[in-house]
Design a protein around this ligand. Structure first.
Ligand code: ZN
Length: 170
């Protein structure tokens, strides 16, 4: 059974309780991600699970899926970027402990203060972003092509001619 995400939580208690939080988080509540998006409407779906692994290590598994609206750096049109990612974070009390982790884990440094679980979701999304967002070549520049076709239509060839033209180009 999963719970709604609190603003703050005690990660050690969440591990002891094997707590699972799931839901949706609007992009508008993720300030670091929001500034990178072409359109901030929409949300990310998340599932956070706290548990101990077979070596008794405290772990947060952070699964996030989202469709992010980015700008293609080739044609400058909008680009829907699918993110489906799972991060494995080991709770550690300092950077030294973090360095000793097995490779599959990223460190999540926590003290005695509560953590903001939303930050981990945002981190996963930021890590999943491409360095240079671009359409696949076949889809790139579609917007420009559509604009040219709209011009043709304006000259009196009609909407069906535009459709036929689109089909022909496929
Ligand atoms: Zn493009």
């Amino acid at each position: 059974m999963s719970l709604p995400l609190p603003d703050l939580l005690d990660p050690w208690r969440a591990v002891d309780n094997r707590s699972v939080f799931a839901g949706r988080l609007p992009f508008s509540r993720l300030p670091r991600l929001r500034v990178l998006l072409l359109d901030t409407a929409g949300d990310a779906t998340f599932r956070l699970a706290f548990f101990r692994d077979e070596e008794h290590r405290a772990v947060l598994r952070c699964g996030v899926t989202a469709t992010l609206k980015l700008r293609c750096q080739r044609c400058l049109e909008a680009l829907d970027y699918q993110v489906d990612t799972i991060g494995l974070l080991a709770l550690v009390s300092g950077i030294d402990e973090g360095r000793r982790l097995p490779e599959r884990y990223d460190p999540l440094i926590v003290g005695h203060e509560p953590i903001r679980p939303r930050d981990s979701i945002e981190d996963e999304l930021l890590l999943a972003l491409p360095h240079i967002p671009m359409h696949i070549p076949d889809a790139c520049g579609t917007g420009t092509r559509m604009a040219n076709l709209a011009l043709t239509q304006a000259k009196g060839t009609g909407p069906f001619a535009v459709l036929a033209e689109l089909k022909r180009r496929e």
